[in-house]
Design a protein around this ligand. Structure first.
Ligand SMILES: [Zn+2]
Length: 308
């Protein structure tokens, strides 16, 4: 029987899934719940691999196509920036009703809470009467935003956060050239999930950028002069080209995430400063929301600097 390969942690959940596959009583709709970047989509793709290629061999054309999101009967909806609209569901339903030569027709919908209410209602109809060979795998880090009627039609698997030691061990094994300090640093300043750390390490550019943003973040939280903080804002908002603008936008997003993590930890550790830290967190969140609107980025970020 095919097995899950290269997955960090989640042994209980994987063994439950394996047992279900072996038993031949496969549910038609799974809902994978858990924090972002802990491996839900990776496991969903692995499950698709196991079901489509009986050996999960990682070599055949089926496995390669799934890996590249190019398998004709395995659909992966991972454009997480976009909401999932009724037209998307209609297209999905059309695909679902077509016959196929594969073992299954598998639909992986990442962040299923992106569905608009009309989309979710229409999807519910498909869940009530799916084709025999259809498998849906939904993932969500915000299940409270899903329709209860959808949840009740799924087989829910909850994924827990992975232990630090387990993540560090696996990352070190995959990237032996990295020092413990490098890995520890990444762990400290990220959301502490294997997905995020590995994606940073796989892409050297990303890692360089991340280190640079950590430096900027450290200056921002330091008790230093405003001119130093404003200099960073100047750097992040001076854009000569559209590419530069997009890059800086990503940098700002990273820095806001680092700040959120930092002040959340402070909130936990400093009961005497609850009010102050809550206010700062609120300001960071508001800044994030404002920046998505048509505001002056420089002034908005400078205002935030005055609050930190
Ligand atoms: Zn294969």
């Amino acid at each position: 029987m095919a097995e899950f390969k290269n997955i960090i942690g989640h042994s209980k959940q994987l063994s439950k899934l394996s047992t279900t596959i072996k038993s031949g009583t496969l549910p038609q709709t799974f809902l994978f719940i858990g924090q972002k970047h802990i491996g839900k989509t990776t496991i969903a793709k692995e499950l698709a691999n196991i079901l489509q290629c009986n050996n999960n061999c990682k070599n055949c054309s089926i496995c390669t196509q799934i890996e590249k999101n190019g398998h004709s009967d395995t659909y992966i909806y991972d454009n997480i920036e976009e909401s999932f609209k009724i037209d998307d569901i209609k297209k999905l339903q059309e695909k679902e009703s077509q016959t196929s030569n594969s073992n299954y027709k598998i639909f992986i919908i990442k962040n299923a809470e992106r569905m608009t209410t009309p989309a979710a209602n229409s999807f519910l109809k498909t869940l009530e009467e799916p084709n025999e060979k259809t498998i849906f795998i939904l993932t969500s880090s915000k299940p409270e935003k899903l329709l209860k009627t959808i949840i009740s039609r799924t087989s829910v698997i909850k994924f827990q956060n992975i232990k630090k030691s387990e993540i560090l061990k696996t990352v070190k094994k995959r990237f032996p050239e990295k020092t413990e300090t490098d890995i520890n640093n990444l762990f400290k300043y990220t959301n502490k999930t294997p997905g995020e750390i590995i994606s940073l390490l796989k892409d050297v550019n990303k890692e360089d950028k991340f280190s640079k943003n950590i430096e900027r973040f450290k200056i921002i939280i330091k008790n230093t002069t405003f001119s130093k903080k404003f200099k960073i804002i100047e750097e992040l908002t001076k854009n000569k080209t559209d590419d530069e603008k997009a890059e800086h936008k990503a940098d700002i997003k990273t820095i806001l995430t680092l700040l959120t993590t930092h002040f959340r930890e402070k909130l936990k550790k400093e009961p005497q400063n609850v009010k102050k830290n809550t206010n700062t967190l609120l300001k960071i969140t508001q800044t994030g929301i404002l920046l998505k609107q048509n505001v002056n980025t420089k002034i908005t970020l400078e205002n935030l600097m005055l609050e930190i």
